[in-house]
Design a protein around this ligand. Structure first.
Ligand code: ZN
Ligand code: ZN
Length: 228
């Protein structure tokens, strides 16, 4: 489509952005993604209702609570869509757009420094945003994405998720004992607990203990698997 077919002239306003494509910003990029309007900035605002659920943890975002909205071109229709998050969940799972909005917003953000720190840590360790909570393995069927060995029933494991094309997709598991090596980071507990809202108090305590005692390097595979 040629830009001259544009139904109304596009005049840049404060807050509008070019879509960044492959590190460059130019008019071809925004035309390809959205025909009629440039993508507007992500948002940080008090929730106007209590209906939206956080895409990170799946829990409701309370009315009046600060929420982060990631704006993306809608893959199914013209226009765009907004994915809502608790700011902390976004710092863990969507660090890049959250840091973008921090650079643009005048909104007062509680715990801003901590949130920025968490987001920068997520950016520095490319696998950290995949953490999607912890659970005891309900069966012995899944294999660990780190050591490739089966995860025995009842053993703690960490769920993985991948963000692609505007949504999160489940992406397997790693042993809790393999997690420090896999994520290349030692401080995982807060992230794991944040995305484990369904665990009871007792399970959370157990998970905390297991996280604290997880080895820095994964345990050696049994001799029969060496060389496999
Ligand atoms: Zn959340
Ligand atoms: Zn493993």
């Amino acid at each position: 489509m040629d830009v001259l077919e544009h139904p109304r002239p596009w005049v840049p306003r404060a807050g509008d952005r070019w879509i960044v494509s492959a590190g460059r910003t130019h008019d071809c990029a925004w035309r390809r993604v959205s025909r009629y309007a440039p993508v507007v900035s992500h948002v940080l605002e008090p929730a106007s209702s209590g209906r939206a659920k956080c895409r990170g943890c799946g829990q409701p975002i309370t009315r009046g609570e600060l929420r982060f909205g990631e704006r993306l071109p809608n893959p199914f229709a013209d226009g765009e869509m907004t994915l809502w998050f608790h700011p902390r969940c976004a710092a863990f799972k969507r660090p890049e757009p959250l840091l973008e909005v921090f650079g643009e917003t005048a909104e007062t953000v509680p715990d801003r420094e901590a949130l920025e720190g968490a987001a920068r840590t997520s950016l520095a360790h490319r696998r950290l945003p995949r953490i999607d909570g912890g659970e005891r393995s309900p069966s012995g069927q899944a294999k660990c994405r780190s050591c490739k060995a089966p995860i025995a029933k009842g053993v703690w494991r960490i769920r993985l998720t991948y963000f692609e094309e505007g949504r999160f997709t489940a992406g397997g598991f790693v042993h809790l004992d393999c997690s420090r090596a896999y994520f290349e980071h030692a401080e995982l507990l807060e992230r794991v607990l944040c995305f484990s809202p369904d665990l009871g108090a007792e399970e959370r305590t157990e998970l905390e203990r297991a996280c604290r005692t997880a080895p820095a390097t994964p345990p050696a595979p049994p001799p029969s698997e060496l060389g496999a």
